[in-house]
Design a protein around this ligand. Structure first.
Ligand SMILES: Cc1cc2nc3c(=O)[nH]c(=O)nc-3n(C[C@H](O)[C@H](O)[C@H](O)COP(=O)(O)O)c2cc1C
Length: 180
């Protein structure tokens, strides 16, 4: 079953500090490789993951604005660190600190993407979760997807501008535990 059709149970799943959740995708975000940790935490078999769009584990609490930033950054050939909550196929959710990078071939052509995810600090999750909830609430005020994205994009930009930070700087502040 596709995880996007799964109803979240509210059960949080965690993983060990020394584990890394790894996937690789093609340029469209279709999964081409998933490690055993990804499969176990997402409650997916390899067949249910490889060949599927990465949105197979999209959680409804994730703001569209964060995925826009992810794709804008990757298509620009740059890496991004991001806090992400994912939905496993059994309805459990898990938070990660993801490091997503473009992959290049020998001629410098972008050929796909790679994501390594580590277990985040609970205090960082609490802060990101509160920020994302505000963005999601803004999205829900709009009936069309483009309007919802535009509204949460502007809200994210404004919230970061008020902090005088880029998203990446915000992520590092949470990661280092120095919160305002
Ligand atoms: C390498 C890579 C890793 C990704 N990892 C995730 C992930 O863990 N969870 C997720 O929801 N989306 C992930 N995405 C983003 C998805 O491709 C997609 O943009 C997102 O799930 C939103 O889907 P939607 O636009 O259909 O709502 C990843 C994309 C790439 C390129």
């Amino acid at each position: 079953m596709k995880a996007t059709q799964v109803r979240p149970t509210g059960v949080e799943r965690t993983f060990a500090d020394d584990e890394i959740i790894v996937t690789k995708t093609d340029l469209r975000g279709v999964i081409t490789y998933a490690n055993d940790v990804f499969l176990r935490i997402s409650a997916l078999t390899e067949d249910e993951a490889v060949g599927k769009p990465h949105s197979v584990i999209r959680h409804p609490d994730m703001p569209r604005a964060v995925f826009k930033l992810l794709w804008d950054t990757l298509k620009d050939g740059r890496e991004l660190f991001a806090y992400v909550v994912n939905l496993a196929s059994d309805g459990a959710h898990y938070w990660v600190l993801a490091h997503v990078t473009p992959s290049f071939d020998g001629t410098g052509r972008m050929v796909g993407f790679h994501s390594n995810r580590r277990r985040p600090d609970p205090a960082a999750v609490a802060a990101a979760s509160e920020f994302y909830a505000r963005l999601r609430a803004e999205e829900r005020r709009h009936s069309s997807s483009p309007a919802a994205l535009e509204a949460s994009w502007q809200m994210m930009r404004q919230a970061l501008a008020e902090r005088g930070q880029t998203y990446e700087e915000y992520v590092w502040e949470l990661t280092n535990g120095i919160r305002a």
